[in-house]
Design a binder for this molecule. Structure first.
Ligand code: DWN
Ligand code: SAH
Length: 405
C-alpha cells in the first residue's frame, strides 16, 4: 500500500513493470556493476482518480548535470514550441509581460520570448541542458521549482502573466508545492499553461512506455480538477495535442478569473466514457500491456531465428521501460541509433545495448528498425524514406505490434 500523492488515500498498484534502471541513465561498461535498479509499480487512486507511480526515484538521481535528454533533437518539437510561444504571446500577455517556464531544458520554447525581448525566466535543474539555454540567450536558473522558489521569484521579478510547462508537471511528485507556487506567482489574470502525455491516449493506445521513473503522474482533466481545486485554481480550457503520442494542453487560472470553455466539460464526459475513473479500466490495460510485450518478443525472436538484423531507432526514455520490461537483449537488437551526442558511445540502461550515431544506421541499414521514438514517426519516416526503398522495414508497437513500410 502507498499513499496517494494528491489526496493521501491509500492505494495499491494495478501493475508493476519490475526492476528498472534510471530511464535516462545511459552508461559506460565500467559502470554496469554499479547500476541501480528500482521497482516500477503504478497505481490508480479510487478517491481522487490520479494515476501515479507508487515508488519513486529521488529527483537528483534523474535530473543533474549530465541529463541525457535535449529537447531540441526533434525539428517537429522545435516547431511545436515555436507555435506554443506564439499562442502565449498573442493571447495571454498583458502590459510589461513576464513569462516563467519550468523544465525549460535547452531553451526550445523560451528562446522565442528572449528573441523579442520579453522578460522571461527558465527554471531548469539539469545543469548541462540549462547551460545550452543560457548560450541561446535564455535567462535560466538551475534549480528545482517549488513554493519557496516561487516566493523568491515574486520578490525579485514580480508576478507572471504566464507560467508554462511542457512535459514537466507530471515529473514532480511534490506537485502540491509546485501548484501552490504557481498560485503565488500568477498575476490575478495570469495563466498556467502546461501539457503532458494524456492518460486517455496512454490507455487507448496501450502506450505503456510512457510509464517510467521521470513520469510520476499520468494526468487527465478529472484528476487535475481535484488537485487545482485545493489551490484556488481551475482548468479553463483544454486543447489536445499530437505530440508525444497524444498529449493534453491545460490552461489553468485563478478560480473565476477567466470564463471556462465548454471544451473542459466535454473532455470530462469523454473521460467518463473511456472509464478513466474506474479501477477496472486499469486491469484491462494491464492485460493489453502483457499482450503487447508477448507479441513484440515473439516477433523479435522470429526475426532473429530468420537471421534478420534489427536495430533500434531513438534511445528514448520510454525505450528503457520497453527493453527492461520485455527483456530485449543485445542479441535481439544490435544497437540503437540516436542523434544525441551525450548518449552515443554509451549503453542503454539495464539492457546494455550500444547507442550509436545515426551515421552507423545509414551506413549499415538493418533489415528492421525498431522505432523506439514512435512518437516522432512522422518526422522520422519522412527523412528515412531511403531506408524503406532500400528494403528496410519499421517495427512499431504502439498502438499494436506490427511491421510497417
Ligand atoms: O517527458 C519527457 C520527454 C519530453 O522527453 C522526458 N521525461 C524525457 C524525454 O522522453 P523521451 O526520451 O522518451 O523523448 P523523445 O523525444 O521520444 O526522444 C527521442 C530520442 O530519439 C532522442 O534521444 C533523440 C532521438 N532522435 C533521433 O535519434 N532521431 C529523435 C529524432 C526526431 C530523430 O530523428
Ligand atoms: N520542456 C521540455 C523538457 C521536458 S524533460 C520538453 O518538453 O521538451 C523534463 C525537464 O524537466 C527536464 O529538463 C528536467 O530537468 C526538468 N525538471 C524536472 N524536475 C523539475 C522541477 N522540479 N522544476 C523544474 N524543472 C524540472
Amino acid at each position: 500500500m502507498a499513499d496517494c500523492l494528491i489526496c493521501g488515500s491509500e492505494l495499491s498498484p494495478f501493475m508493476t513493470f519490475g526492476k528498472m534502471p534510471v530511464a535516462n541513465g545511459f552508461l559506460a561498461p565500467d559502470q554496469f556493476a554499479f547500476e541501480a535498479f528500482y521497482e516500477l509499480p503504478v497505481g490508480f487512486c479510487a478517491e481522487c482518480k490520479m494515476v501515479q507511480l507508487t515508488e519513486l526515484v529521488e529527483p537528483d538521481k534523474m535530473f543533474h548535470d549530465n541529463y541525457a535528454f535535449y529537447s531540441s533533437t526533434s525539428a517537429a518539437m522545435a516547431k511545436h514550441f515555436e507555435e506554443f510561444a506564439d499562442l502565449v504571446r498573442e493571447k495571454y500577455l498583458g502590459p510589461n509581460p513576464f513569462v516563467v517556464e519550468i523544465g525549460s531544458n535547452d531553451g526550445i520554447m523560451l528562446r522565442h520570448f528572449a528573441k523579442v525581448g520579453i522578460q522571461h525566466l527558465g527554471i531548469e535543474p539539469s545543469a548541462n541542458v540549462a547551460a545550452e539555454a543560457c548560450k541561446r540567450g535564455v535567462e535560466t536558473i538551475c534549480e528545482f521549482f517549488d513554493e519557496n522558489l516561487a516566493r523568491r521569484i515574486v520578490a525579485q521579478h514580480g508576478q507572471a502573466d504566464a507560467f508554462l510547462g511542457a512535459n514537466v508537471m507530471c515529473h514532480i511528485p511534490t506537485i502540491h508545492s509546485v501548484v501552490a507556487g504557481v498560485a503565488l506567482l500568477l498575476k490575478p489574470k495570469g495563466v498556467l499553461i502546461f501539457e503532458d502525455p494524456y492518460l486517455g491516449d496512454i490507455i487507448e493506445k496501450t502506450s505503456y512506455d510512457q510509464i517510467y521513473d521521470e513520469h510520476a503522474f499520468y494526468f487527465c482533466v478529472t484528476s487535475l480538477d481535484y488537485l487545482f481545486a485545493q489551490h484556488g485554481l481551475e482548468i479553463v480550457d483544454v486543447i489536445p495535442q499530437k505530440t508525444h503520442g497524444g498529449s493534453m494542453r491545460y490552461i489553468v487560472a485563478h478560480k473565476g478569473a477567466w470564463p471556462v470553455s465548454a471544451a473542459v466539460a466535454a473532455q470530462r464526459a469523454k473521460e467518463q466514457a473511456l472509464g478513466l475513473g474506474k479501477a477496472s479500466t486499469y486491469e484491462k490495460f494491464r492485460a493489453k500491456v502483457e499482450k503487447s510485450r508477448d507479441d513484440l518478443m515473439a516477433l523479435l525472436r522470429k526475426l532473429k531465428s530468420d537471421g534478420k538484423r534489427v536495430v533500434g531507432y531513438g534511445a528514448t526514455s520510454k525505450s528503457t521501460t520497453v527493453m527492461n520490461y520485455c527483456g530485449i537483449t543485445p542479441d535481439l537488437v544490435e544497437f540503437v541509433s540516436d542523434t544525441t551526442p551525450i548518449k552515443q558511445g554509451k549503453f542503454t540502461p539495464g539492457s546494455h545495448i550500444p547507442v550509436k550515431p545515426h551515421e552507423e544506421f545509414a551506413s549499415q541499414p538493418p533489415d528492421y528498425a525498431l522505432l523506439f521514438a514512435w512518437n516522432h514517426a512522422a518526422e522520422i519516416k519522412a527523412k528515412e524514406s531511403a531506408f524503406v526503398t532500400g528494403g528496410g522495414r519499421w517495427i512499431v508497437y504502439v498502438p499494436r505490434v506490427e511491421i510497417q513500410s
